[in-house]
Ligand binder design. Structure first.
Ligand code: 2HG
Ligand code: ZN
Length: 484
């Protein structure tokens, strides 16, 4: 364990400037603000400085300097966390290390079907680079223009195509990460088989920058699909949606790429804030599904499969109406409505975020029971329920009643509503964070869902890699920090 040797801020800043260059070391509070406030503007922190290193060596030197002087470091990608995981707290004693200058796609190996890139590449740029090389990088999330690969890795991001392609863990063959003391770990080998002991990269993936800072990765590439078929479907209820999913998987197998559940209030919210957009179906419905099939085959075959899924659904009384996208523009418009749900809530002052995954066999009952319990606590809340039902993930986001002040609604209800929903999910063998991570918002709820053995193992790993608790402190692991 290193000796506590607090350095004066002046000397620290001098050291940081010498490593990253003057322009890449932000020191004025107002300039730091975009890096110290989260995307939803619910967490407002302070920092000693924000540094923007340009290479792994610079990240290593910054961490070594901070480690030597016991200065906490908060790693940051696109700052799109919904859990307050990427901003510092109010103490103001940390350095924020943002990776956006490390934005190079270093290699695309079309024979190995891999892409090697720096952590600061945005998801959108990664997908575009893959496409240019005739390949698909399949991670798909609404914030792709801002979120970065490093953040996707550190939260094990999911999104709308997990059903078909898996989440970030499944899409990663190797990473490079800088440890708190500046040492560099690398597994950038691009191997699909490698059973040489512990799979260390998995420790860093999903650990939200608490064990090391991911600086590069080797990701898997897939064939670009040649055909897609998309429909917006009104279903009787969430039970019907699950049955329809089973039918879709039976009829289309692997081609089922996305299967998103959308509640009436979720769509209404988007249409209210985007009046120029139109609803895909003529009347309002309580529950809808957005389905996408993709394949490497011909479009006619896929259209026919989609049609037969819908016919089956109608015959069995699961589907009450449907609109099939007749063009790519239609499909894009359907997806735009779906992707806007998150921002539409932010514009309303933010909702209570519950990011639940539940075995598919229980998901419909969970939605009914959680809705009942939440409405008993917050009677007029708008139930913005939607998400990636195909992989068992539902975003369960109660929002203030229309006209009620947002801050008062959140202050009164955030903790009790999220404890209620997270508690119910835990009792049903679910997860309280399917894809958004833990950050600060769900940190204490880990006590609800992790056994003492799991928590102790997590602490042992944290101590082994970050003995002085300097990397993204007070994130993920519940407080208080137990004595070693
Ligand atoms: C989505 O699926 C994102 O749109 C954001 O995961 C979810 O805002 C949310 O709760
Ligand atoms: Zn999501």
């Amino acid at each position: 364990m290193n000796e506590v040797s607090k350095i004066s801020p002046t000397l620290l800043l001098e050291g940081l400037r010498a490593i990253v260059g003057e322009k890449a070391c932000i020191e004025v509070a107002s300039d730091m603000q975009p890096f110290t406030t989260d995307y939803r503007k619910l967490y407002h922190g302070k920092a000693l400085a924000v540094v923007l290193p340009a290479s792994t060596e610079q990240v290593s030197a910054v961490l070594a300097l901070c480690f030597a002087h016991n200065v906490p470091v908060v790693p940051q990608g696109g700052n799109t966390s919904l859990m307050g995981g990427a901003v510092p707290d109010a103490a103001g004693d940390a350095v924020v290390l943002n990776l956006r200058r490390m934005n190079q796609v270093q290699e695309i190996d079309v024979i190995n079907d891999t892409m090697t890139l720096q952590a600061g590449v945005t998801l959108q740029a990664a997908r575009a680079a893959a496409e240019e090389a005739g390949r698909l990088f399949p991670l798909r999330i609404g914030s792709e223009g801002s979120c970065q690969i490093g953040g996707n890795l550190s939260t094990n991001a999911g999104g709308t195509a997990v059903l078909r392609y898996g989440n970030m863990r499944d899409l990663t063959l190797g990473i490079e990460a800088v440890l708190p003391d500046g040492r560099i770990y690398s597994s950038l080998r691009g191997l699909r088989k490698d059973n040489t002991g512990y799979d260390l990269k998995q420790l860093f993936i999903g650990s939200e920058g608490t064990l090391g800072i991911i600086t590069a990765a080797v990701l898997k590439l897939m064939p670009l699909p040649s055909a897609s078929a998309v429909a917006w479907i009104a279903v009787k209820d969430p039970h019907a949606a699950v049955e329809l999913l089973t039918e879709a998987k039976r009829a289309a197998g692997q081609a089922v790429t996305a299967f998103e559940l959308i509640s009436g209030p979720a769509l209404a919210l988007v249409l209210e804030s985007m009046p120029q957009w139109s609803a895909p179906l003529p009347s309002a419905h309580d529950w809808m599904v957005l389905i996408e099939l993709t394949s490497g085959g011909d479009a006619e075959g896929l259209d026919a499969t989609l049609m037969s899924i819908l016919e089956q659904g109608m015959e069995r009384g699961l589907v009450t109406d449907a609109a099939i996208a007749a063009s790519l523009a239609d499909a894009r418009a359907f997806w735009q409505l779906r992707e806007e749900i998150s921002d539409a809530q932010t514009r309303e002052g933010g909702s209570i975020k519950c990011d639940i995954s539940i075995p598919l066999s229980k998901i419909a009952d969970f939605i009914a029971e959680a809705s009942k319990q939440v409405l008993a606590l917050a009677p007029d809340a708008r139930m913005v329920i939607y998400g990636h039902m195909g992989d068992g993930n539902v975003h369960f986001n109660p929002l203030r009643p229309k006209g009620a002040p947002a801050a008062a609604f959140l202050a009164e209800n955030y903790a009790r509503v999220s404890h209620t929903v997270d508690g119910l999910a835990t009792r049903q063998n679910g997860s309280i964070s399917a894809e958004h991570g833990i950050g600060v918002a769900k940190r204490d709820d880990l006590l609800l869902c992790k056994s003492p053995v799991e928590l102790e193992l997590m602490w042992q790993i944290k101590r082994a890699l970050d003995p002085t608790n300097l990397l993204n402190p007070a994130k993920v692991l519940p407080l208080p920090t137990p004595a070693p």
